[in-house]
Design a protein. Structure first.
Length: 292
């Protein structure tokens, strides 16, 4: 394992590791205006939701590395503490990237990148019409920490495209196509096979309730063990014995006997397939066959 002390590196050198490891990060596509009403549009990936009641979004424009000057977004927010945070989908990622170029202050990135400016209802900066989710925000506080301007903003109105909503009016992740920032020039796309569900954890028995041979399995992964540890109770011996008589278990025992294969390996492989199908109880019963 490579160990780095930030105090022993330049800020930019450590940033290269930090930026690539803390990823993927959502993108705050922030639209702001200055006191003269000139619009700015710029993306920031040091961003996330931080509060529920009230709804709080936080992002951090950092000063430019080349000359330590403040970003136009920061300057605008000091003059007009209002903004819209527009979420970024794959369909707009190239246009979004274009707005991160160093245009002069006062240049309208909506025009430069070809975005549609939609009038907001409660704040002065416009919304990005192409964004599937738009949050009109009021700035609560801007904290300067080192080279960073930490912007804490309250959402006062939100807009969501009908295209990402299900029949109940809730966001359907299979209808979204969000992108997130990685390090360097890399992005991640959250769609298709990249989406997966993990059931909410219960106060389960824990991985420590598994037999040692299962915990140290060379077949089962950490994710497999985590799923097994989420059950509320361990199967009883009577259940395990009954399960021994099922066709699947009898076939595995016969395969081990005739094929000279190691039964625990066969059990672990079969349990892994069951876990992939969400059959956690059956996976437990399979793994505990070796305890009979």
């Amino acid at each position: 394992m490579k160990t780095l002390d930030p105090s022993q590196l330049s800020a930019r050198a450590f940033y290269a590791y930090l930026n690539s490891a803390v990823a993927p990060r959502p993108i705050a596509f922030a639209s702001t205006v200055d006191a003269a009403g000139r619009v700015n549009l710029s993306p920031f990936s040091f961003f996330n939701v931080m509060g529920i009641d009230p709804p709080i979004l936080v992002f951090a424009p950092n000063r430019r590395g080349r000359d330590n000057t403040a970003k136009h977004t920061s300057l605008n927010l000091l003059e007009v503490p209002e903004l819209v945070i527009n979420m970024v989908s794959y369909a707009m990622v190239e246009q979004m990237s274009l707005t991160s170029a160093e245009f002069e202050r006062g240049v309208d990135e909506f025009v430069k990148a070809g975005f549609t400016a939609v009038a907001s209802e409660r704040v002065r900066p416009p919304r990005v019409g192409e964004s599937p989710a738009q949050f009109e925000c009021q700035v609560l506080e801007i904290k300067t920490i080192g080279s960073m301007e930490l912007v804490i903003a309250e959402v006062i109105l939100a807009h969501f495209s009908e295209e990402i909503l299900d029949e109940n009016g809730r966001i359907d992740q299979h209808r979204t196509d969000w992108v997130a920032r990685l390090g360097g020039d890399w992005y991640a796309r959250a769609s298709g096979a990249a989406l997966f569900e993990v059931p909410r954890p219960q106060m389960g028995v824990g991985v420590d309730a598994l037999p040692e041979a299962v915990r140290t399995s060379r077949i089962l992964t950490g994710n497999d063990l985590g799923r097994l540890g989420s059950v509320l109770e361990v199967p009883t011996r009577a259940e395990i014995e009954r399960f021994r008589q099922t066709p699947a278990m009898m076939a595995l025992h016969e395969e081990a006997r005739l094929g000279c294969q190691y039964l625990p390996d066969l059990l672990h492989l079969h349990a892994q397939k069951l876990l992939a199908r969400g059959q956690v109880h059956e996976a437990w019963l399979t793994l505990l066959q070796s305890t009979l």
